[in-house]
Design a protein around this ligand. Structure first.
Ligand code: ADP
Length: 414
């Protein structure tokens, strides 16, 4: 008999079930059975194993909280089994109590150095064994909590690091944006100033009427460019701050399209680009007119900016059942397929043969996506690098009875 087990010790130590799993490894089946019975009574969940191989397999399968391990197993050395079990999850503390007949001091010291956490010598006193089990599990609970805390701290630290990287990126994007926007404002302003000065001194130069009109046209197209730049900056800031006001109404698309194309006539003709309506049918949408116009302006402006001199830009409008699709097609530089999904994100400016001369803030398509989606539509692009691009967007068709009156009613009823 190995123990001094008494019924007393079993009952006085009886405690509330914790269901901590204890792996009991010994080739003596009677001993395993007896220890398992005692551990069950103590509220633990014993897992029996009779060989080193069984023990490692049970370790992987059941992930016990503690191991009672015989030093001399038939198939392997207990110390070796201890090392293999601890290696299953090296970051997790697995207390191993070595149950051994040999109690030589040097043997114990070697075992402790190799990862054994405590020893108990056969024949053992059951109270002492249970006390050691409890003590080890207490240490394990503390270790596990510490490990959890450390992992949480590491996660927080990682999240903070990512936040700092993101904020630094945003900061540099904002500085870059301010630099680009100032440059974008400066160019049209100097052109306007130059032509205005010339016109103010027309008596000195003696311009004829057509030359004066040409200069005024150029000033007007630069004022349009400035206006759309300022509109984009205001829109981006509204989108960012969530202060978007949607005032949807019935919008006739063709008059709006003709008006916008007219404002681009000078910019297009300067570079020999023909901008025209290709295929269109009368179409009425239910949208915020300013949003619809700004989206269209941005797409046409891009189509001209990223066209080669002498190209064509074509606009088409088609009615679907629920939505109207507006498409703007160019024969310009195109967009490589792998960059297509970046197009509609804020401040995205993709490198292409026209980027430098074309200028831009990287806001146009970001705003277009936000406005189209806010109005219940969709925007997407098709492109072949070097051959041209087509940008499409949809807006809901206007239907009698789907106007503001209906929405006002809904609000009143809510
Ligand atoms: P910006 O034109 O001010 O750079 P946008 O948001 O309007 O910003 O466009 C983002 C990027 O998408 C542009 O820098 C350009 O590289 C690419 N892009 C947009 N429209 C076209 C187009 N029609 N053809 C080729 N590239 C385009």
């Amino acid at each position: 008999m190995y123990t001094t087990l008494t019924m007393d010790s079993l009952l006085t130590n009886a405690r509330t079930a914790t269901a901590d799993r204890v792996l009991v490894v010994d080739d003596n089946e009677d001993l395993v059975e007896m220890l398992s019975a005692v551990l069950s009574l103590e509220g633990y969940d014993p897992i029996p194993a009779y060989t080193g191989q069984d023990a490692v397999a049970a370790m992987k399968e059941h992930q016990p909280q503690l191991v009672l391990l015989d030093r001399a197993l038939p198939d392997s050395d207990g110390l070796d089994v201890c090392a293999r079990m601890k290696a299953v999850d090296p970051l997790r503390f697995l207390p191993v109590i070595m149950v051994t007949a040999k109690a030589h001091r040097d043997d114990k010291l070697a075992g402790l150095a190799m990862g054994v956490d405590d020893y108990i010598t056969k024949p053992f006193d059951m109270d002492e064994l249970l006390a050691k089990v409890r003590a080890m599990l207490r240490i394990k609970t503390t270790e596990d909590k510490l490990r959890q805390r450390t992992e949480e701290l590491a996660r927080l630290h990682e999240a903070e690091k990512q936040m700092v990287v993101r904020l630094t990126e945003l900061d540099s994007l904002k500085s870059q944006f301010i630099a680009t926007a100032s440059h974008e404002l400066r160019t049209p302003l100097s052109i306007i100033k130059g032509f205005t000065n010339l016109l103010l001194r027309r008596d000195d130069f003696g311009f004829d009427r057509p030359t004066e009109e040409q200069y005024l046209g150029l000033i007007d197209s630069q004022v349009n460019a400035l206006t759309s730049l300022v509109d984009d900056m205001l829109s981006a800031s509204r989108i960012e701050s969530g202060r978007v006001r949607l005032q949807r109404e019935r919008v006739e698309l063709l008059p709006m399209i003709r008006r916008v194309l007219h404002t681009f006539a000078v910019a297009g003709s300067e570079r020999g680009i023909d901008v025209a309506i290709d295929r269109s049918e009368p179409a009425t949408v239910y949208a915020d007119p300013q949003h619809a116009e700004q989206v269209f302006v941005n797409l046409v402006s891009n189509a001209i900016k990223y066209s080669y001199d002498g190209g064509n830009v074509r606009v088409s409008v088609s009615n679907g059942d629920e939505q109207v699709t507006i498409s703007v097609r160019d024969q310009g530089v195109g967009i490589p397929t792998d960059l297509m999904d970046q197009l509609f994100t804020k401040f995205t400016r993709l490198e292409n043969p026209r980027t430098v001369e074309a200028g831009g803030t990287g806001l146009g398509l970001f705003i277009a996506r936000n406005w189209v989606e806010a109005n219940g539509g969709r925007i997407w692009a098709e492109s072949v690098a070097g051959e041209g691009s087509t940008f499409h967007f949809t807006l809901p068709r206007f239907r009698e009875g789907v106007g503001p009156a209906v929405e006002a009613n809904k609000t009143a009823l809510a």
